[in-house]
Write a protein that binds this ligand. Structure first.
Ligand code: FAD
Length: 628
């Protein structure tokens, strides 16, 4: 076996992940840990300053209620999320995040995040719930606060960066830690904890991306999150929810630039190539999805669906009419001088929007001589992603807040999964979409506080079986051994009868998902037979995962990233197969069940993998409304 030092870290709370939810958990848990003399340890596979989905920065905070100013109510937000997810949402969780989110945003501002203000000192809104920020350094500011909080605990606070977490550690029915490896030095890490909080984000590159060649890594969702939250919670035996609810954003084509500022701030319209506004030309389709299709705002997936109908009918490209929007807004000005000034202002806002969060889109515009004030830009549906904190919903099934969750949604500490001591937040916790950056941080705070309470009330030392750890170490490092053993068998190390390298493995996974589970090349359409075939091929891929080989630490990470993606893929296929209807047609269509079926399928689809038997179980869970 490869020669790796084993480093054992003992802690009370272990936070895995260093993104928005983990930073929220770090801030809140450290506060409560200090009061109780407990230790908090955080582990991130990357450097917290630029890790996770917010790595590049953002141009807007998408969830702010404005309760104090009376702008909106928490109940309004729950209604909005329920409508956008076609009725499938845990209202207790959404409510709980929304009621606390404003205080999170105020903390961000206190820590130095520049939020746009109008002349009266009020936040500038992009849309009803979104506020504009100068967010290039958003993640650095949030990470600094999290690091300060943990560091304030002295020797009771530890941060490990560039350590990739692979597996949970279990003690009977309780999660008691995690194992992983450094991606910089030959060290195998064993974290023993009294509670574990998962915040390892969602998953990208499970489906074949539109980008090819040099652009392969270009996707809407930065490719750092690879299904680790799903893998970790599944392997611990936790019940999962909404694994079929993938997210497909519509974004500027090829560089995936954000459309929020265009649609919401500039009130731009998207049309097909013949100038028709697809939001207006398909009222019959919207009727099919009543009540959701008949209520404003039209859910994101239905908006996608309408554009895709035109694209499938050969009416593409689909365009964002940028020039028209800029022209219209500048014409609202009373005289020529102000019109010119406004035009310049809008142009610079358009570019800054990309420079804040998707620099590559600005580069693509520059490279293709695109002046948004002169010509429209193509938009397209991206490949599918798993991001339960955004407009998807996949994640673990977590216990709701005790003051508002109905008994069916409440079995333990808030945000604890169905496994004792295993807490989830952000993309890791399911059925509570539209948390976004501020809501994920908020949910991290809620889960962090709850996890500390769990430790205080269940303060048992974790018992970890050394043989279990040794076996895990051997399995996790095996790809390095395989490469060493067989690299000389062929002249080209990429082609070898004894192993498969992670990149090739990823291509196989993506091809299966694309062609059988309704990816881009199938226009997001699948059926039972395709899914069954996909499952058959995935089973073989799973067998081959035992033969993954890694030349170095970086590739070892790539190997495990792909194993994590593969499990995310399986949970997805099983859930899409189980739900016999089409509820989110702009995310996927079940061609064999093309309609929405409120009578049989207005419910959650949950799944579970049993660590003892290795069997999967699927079930329905009821949707219980707490808001009219
Ligand atoms: P993340 O913030 O993604 O953090 C995941 C963390 O887990 C990272 O630190 C990562 O390094 C770590 N990790 C992953 N795997 C492992 C592993 N195996 N071991 C150890 N660590 C691991 N929100 C807004 O408010 N406004 C916006 O405009 C907006 N735009 C967005 C645009 C894009 C392209 C995307 C993808 C998201 C956007 N969001 C926006 C949503 C927001 O970014 C997410 O809701 C939020 O980041 C989710 O928080 P999280 O903690 O669950 O995941």
């Amino acid at each position: 076996m490869a020669n790796f030092e084993t480093v054992v870290v003992n802690t009370d709370l272990l936070i895995v992940g260093g993104g928005m939810s983990a930073c929220g958990a770090a801030v809140e848990a450290s506060y409560w840990a200090k009061k109780h003399g407990l230790k908090v340890t955080l582990v991130d596979k990357a450097a917290m300053d630029r890790s996770g989905a917010v790595a590049m920065g953002l141009s807007a905070i998408n969830l702010y209620i404005g309760q104090a100013a009376g702008d909106n109510t928490v109940e309004d937000y729950v209604r909005y999320v329920r409508q956008d997810l076609m009725g499938v949402t845990r209202e207790d969780l959404v409510y709980s995040i929304a009621r606390h989110v404003d205080s999170t945003v105020h903390l961000f501002e206190k820590w130095g995040l520049p939020i746009w203000k109008d002349k009266d000192g009020k936040y500038v809104h992009e849309g009803r719930w979104q506020i504009m920020i100068n967010g290039e350094s958003y993640k650095i500011i949030v990470a600094e606060a999290a690091k300060n909080s943990i560091n304030s605990l002295g020797d009771k606070g530890e941060i490990y960066e560039r350590v990739f977490i692979v597996e949970p550690l279990l003690d009977g029915d309780r999660c008691v830690g995690a194992v992983g490896f450094s991606v910089r030095e030959n060290k195998f890490y064993v974290f023993k904890a009294k509670a574990v909080l998962v915040g390892m984000g969602g998953a990208v590159h499970v489906f074949r991306p539109r980008s090819t060649g040099e652009g392969l890594g270009r996707s809407w969702y930065p490719p750092f999150n690879t299904g680790s939250s799903t893998y970790f919670t599944l392997k611990a035996g936790a019940e999962m929810t909404c694994q079929e609810v993938r997210f497909i954003p519509v974004r500027f084509k090829d560089a995936y630039g954000p459309v929020g500022a265009w649609f919401l701030l500039f009130k731009s319209v998207a049309t097909n190539a013949f100038g028709e506004d697809y939001m207006k030309t398909h009222p019959d389709v919207l009727e099919q999805y009543a009540p959701y299709g008949m209520t404003k705002p039209i859910p994101a997936n239905l908006r996608n669906h309408l554009g895709l109908i035109d694209e499938r009918a050969g009416l593409g490209p689909i365009y964002m009419q940028t020039a028209e929007a800029i022209q219209r807004l500048s014409e609202e000005m009373p005289d020529e001088k102000q019109r010119k000034k406004k035009l310049k202002e809008l142009e610079s806002e358009a570019w800054e929007d990309f420079l804040d969060m998707t620099i590559s889109q600005a580069l693509l515009w520059a490279a293709t001589n695109t002046r948004p004030e002169e010509k429209p830009s193509e938009i397209a549906a991206c490949e599918p992603y798993f991001i339960g904190s955004h407009s998807g919903a996949s994640g673990a099934w977590v216990s709701g807040p005790e003051d508002i969750a109905p008994p069916e949604y409440q079995w333990g500490y808030t945000n604890m999964s169905t496994v004792k001591g295993l807490f989830c937040a952000g993309d890791a916790s399911g059925a509570s979409s539209h948390k976004f950056s501020s809501g994920s941080f908020t949910e991290g705070r809620i889960a962090g506080k709850s996890a500390i309470r769990f430790i205080v009330e269940n303060n048992q030392e974790p018992s970890v079986d050394d043989a279990q750890v040794e076996a895990l170490k051997e399995r996790i490092l095996k790809p390095l051994d395989l490469f060493e053993q067989f690299k000389g068998a062929t002249t080209d190390p990429d082609v070898n009868p004894n192993y498969i390298r992670p990149k090739q493995f990823m291509f196989r996974l993506q091809k299966i998902m694309d062609e059988y589970a309704g990816g881009v090349s199938k226009s997001f359409t699948t059926n039972k037979h395709l899914l069954e075939k996909g499952m058959e091929l995935l089973t073989m891929l799973k067998e081959d995962s035992e033969k993954l080989a890694a030349e170095n630490l970086h590739e070892l990470m790539r190997c495990w990233e792909n194993v994590h993606r593969m499990w995310q893929a399986e949970a997805h296929i099983r859930s899409v197969m189980f739900r016999e209807e089409t509820r989110w047609p702009g995310y996927y269509i079940r061609a064999d069940f093309p309609n929405m079926d409120q009578e049989n399928w207005k419910c959650f689809v949950n799944c579970k993998w049993d660590p003892k038997t290795g069997e999967w179980e699927m079930c329905k869970r009821p949707i219980i409304s707490i808001i009219d």
